[in-house]
Design a protein around this ligand. Structure first.
Ligand SMILES: [Zn+2]
Length: 48
């Protein structure tokens, strides 16, 4: 895993206790997905 990707996994949403996961799209290709709590404003915005 690239070093900068590992650092990005430390990201936590300022509005909730989010969980950041690394998803492998293809060999050597990663994408970060942030999973917010149901109470997080970011989650509500995404659903509206
Ligand atoms: Zn959040």
């Amino acid at each position: 895993m690239p070093e900068h990707t590992a650092a990005a996994l430390e990201y936590v949403c300022p509005d909730c206790n989010s969980e950041t996961r690394l998803v492998t799209l293809a060999p050597g290709v990663y994408a970060l997905q942030v999973f917010h709590d149901d109470t997080c404003p970011s989650t509500r915005e995404a659903r509206s």
